[in-house]
Write a protein that binds this ligand. Structure first.
Ligand code: COA
Length: 294
């Protein structure tokens, strides 16, 4: 689907996207690039990075890949610095790197729990902290009139209620959302940096979906989640564009849910016709009852 945004909304901007070599991160990388941004992507796997960079370049997008693990503060620092050295500035940081697997809480080891918290929550914090120097108003490469840059954290809706076999990810994404709000407050105030998030629903064709919603589960989801519908990576990239270009200039501290309303979904416990009838009977009965004088 074509983008509803003008192709130059991110013209001249430099975006660093962790996990930018695949899935949602890659779609954000290519949409940001198609809208004028230069792209640095960070990931752990060299072949994935190389393939993604060559795809981006084939679209005419200035792109570079840096190997690194967001869990390691020294990698976070090196990659942010390399992005600055390569492109001369950093305007947008997107934290899309994440780890996930299905595991019942009772079968999850301390290290399993910690690993996902490390990638999602500590990794996001590491990247934000290292990028601060470049994103802040007046930072290296920023002209005086451009204010601060922006940060976008990819989250989830799992922790809004509770999710089966996802205690580690729910805890990690709750921490990511807390970081989004706290940094929005602190860095919005002190450095004019906007910090927002996106909480995607199930998105087709992503590593996350193939791990968490393999076909065996996917085919049945509509039966017990009435609003169930797969989203497209494009849906998330358009939300990312909205939050990262001037359209989002007054938005700070928001985690935007992009899931077709799915986290609100509840099985219908009564058909519509039945509720009409039942409700009248109940109302009649309640009016017929003598009211207490006490
Ligand atoms: N069920 C239960 N525990 C699991 C598990 C599973 N499916 N997969 C990994 N773990 C546990 C491991 O057993 C280990 O704990 P232990 O030392 O107590 O045995 C711990 O998690 C770390 O696993 P390890 O494989 O060493 O971590 P890693 O750093 O190599 O990989 C993952 C991290 C596990 C999150 C891996 O899935 C990954 O790299 N994911 C990135 C891609 C991804 O998940 N994308 C989807 C994003 S939504």
């Amino acid at each position: 689907m074509d983008s509803p945004f003008k192709p130059d909304v991110l013209k001249g901007k430099v975006a660093l996207i962790t996990g930018g070599g695949s899935g949602i991160g890659f779609e954000i990388s290519s949409q940001f690039g198609k809208h004028g941004a230069s792209i640095a992507i960070m990931g752990r796997r060299k072949q994935v990075l190389d393939a993604a960079v060559s795809d981006l370049r084939s679209l005419g997008i200035p792109a570079v890949g840096f190997e690194g693990d967001v869990r390691k503060p020294e990698d976070a620092r090196r990659v942010v610095e390399s992005t600055f050295n390569h492109f001369g500035k950093v305007d947008i940081l997107v934290n899309a790197a994440a780890g996930n697997f299905l595991a019942a809480a009772e079968d999850l080891s301390t290290n399993g729990f910690r690993t996902v918290l490390d990638i999602d929550a500590v990794g996001t914090f590491n990247m934000c902290r290292e990028a601060l120097k470049y994103l802040k108003k007046g930072g290296p490469g920023r002209d005086a009139s451009s204010g601060g840059g922006s940060i976008l954290n990819i989250s989830a809706t799992l922790h809004y209620t509770a999710s089966w076999y996802q205690i580690h990810v729910s805890a990690a994404k709750a921490a990511v959302d807390a970081a989004t709000r706290n940094l929005a407050l602190e860095w919005g105030t002190d450095y004019e940096i906007r910090v927002n998030g996106i909480a995607p629903g199930p998105i087709g064709g992503t590593p996350g979906m193939s791990k968490l919603g393999p076909d065996e589960i996917e085919n049945k989801a509509g039966d017990y989640i009435p609003l169930y519908k797969l989203g497209e990576k494009w849906d998330i990239a358009m939300a990312a564009l909205y939050l990262s270009c001037d359209s989002g200039k007054y938005v700070n501290g928001l985690t935007m849910v992009v899931d077709n309303g799915q986290w609100l979904s509840r099985p219908r416990h009564l058909p519509k016709e039945a509720v009409k009838e039942l409700s009248r009977v109940v109302e009649k009965r309640s009016r017929a009852k003598p009211t207490s004088k006490l």
